[in-house]
Design a binder for this molecule. Structure first.
Ligand SMILES: NC(=[NH2+])NCCC[C@H](N)C(=O)O
Ligand SMILES: [Mn+2]
Length: 321
């Protein structure tokens, strides 16, 4: 049977709000409160963070702590690569969403000749570059990093030479060229984007399955639609940002946006999606217990994590049988 390996990344340097690094421990607390042995049953490999960089001044306003982000992406990429190479299925639990660029780079490094598709369940498109970011927060940039998109046509910033040098290095983590074609991204629940991101979505014809669409067609049809968009791809990575869910559930994430998915919808989408045989990796990010009360976000996110991992294990049984 396939083995799951949990990769925990307590990094929060690419978020604008402090506390996402504590998301993993909030999930562990939620698991204990729910009397689950999940974190004992599965292999856990921690990836060291560089959060101490937050005590220093930030030297890169258009790409905050890009030096630290570069270090983190290399670590995440290498661990994802090693996990896949040893025949295990990586499940990444991370703080801020920038790590997803490391994950995608590691997948591509492990299978360089396979076409990789991405299903991105998120309130945000995370397609900014240092040239277009409204905030400088690099958790808004992972999809541009792995697609090699600068989007200078729609620039609003002039990043420094040093920033650009790091950005160029970041685009080469794992493999020197782009890991994905941006037209092989499918969004679910994206509802808070800026102009430069809208241009990318238009240019590459990126499908966003909205929250209303999910509700109208149902989670099974929405998941099928997302997967059908990626029939050309050989393998698929799923990224689940908990801010795809509605803030009425919990405020326990750094950048909440109204009109999101319900917990039930998010759980169904993730479990259905990972049951597809092409899915090689799943990631969950942006739980921030310091913004929450009673650990509500982590309690809901842990339920989703638990059921999604069960679905991955069931799939591998099916494939062996
Ligand atoms: N992974 C996230 N929570 N991303 C939020 C990004 C928000 C906004 N687009 C920005 O660039 O600042
Ligand atoms: Mn995100």
């Amino acid at each position: 049977m396939e083995t799951i390996k949990l990769l925990t990344v307590r990094s929060e340097i690419a978020a604008g709000t402090r506390g996402a690094g504590m998301g993993i421990d909030a999930l562990i607390v939620a698991s204990l409160d729910q009397k689950s042995t999940f974190f004992k049953e599965h292999k856990v490999q921690n990836i060291d963070d560089v959060n101490n960089i937050l005590f220093n001044n930030n030297d890169y306003p258009e790409a905050k702590h890009i030096d630290g982000v570069f270090t983190m992406l290399n670590r995440v990429s290498n661990h994802t690569y090693d996990t896949l190479k040893s025949g295990e299925t990586p499940v990444i639990l991370a703080g801020d969403h920038s790590t997803a660029a490391g994950t995608i780079s590691g997948i591509k490094k492990a299978f360089p000749n396979q076409k990789l598709g991405v299903i991105w369940i998120d309130a945000h498109a995370d397609f900014h570059s240092p040239y277009t970011t409204p905030s400088g927060n690099m958790h808004g940039m992972p999809l541009a990093m792995v697609s090699g998109i600068d989007n200078k046509e729609n620039a609003v910033n002039e990043p420094s030479k040093e920033t650009v040098a790091y950005w160029e290095d970041i685009k080469k983590v794992g493999t020197t060229s782009a890991k994905i074609d941006p037209s092989d991204v499918v969004f679910i629940g994206v509802r808070d984007t800026e102009g430069p991101e809208n241009e990318i979505m238009k240019k590459h014809n990126i499908r966003n399955i909205t929250v209303d669409e999910v509700r109208e067609m149902g989670t099974q049809a929405a998941a099928d639609l997302a997967l059908n968009k990626l029939t050309d791809c050989d393998m698929i990575y799923i990224s689940f940002d908990v801010d795809s869910m509605d803030p009425s559930i919990s405020r326990g994430t750094g950048t909440p946006v109204e009109h999101g998915l319900t917990v039930e919808e998010a759980k169904d989408l993730n479990t259905i999606l990972v049951s597809n045989e092409k899915v090689v990796c799943w990631e969950m990010v942006e739980v921030n217990p310091t913004l929450d009360r009673d650990n509500i976000m982590a309690n809901n996110a842990f339920r989703i994590l638990n059921e999604t991992v069960e679905a991955i294990k069931k799939k591998s049984l099916l494939m062996v049988g």
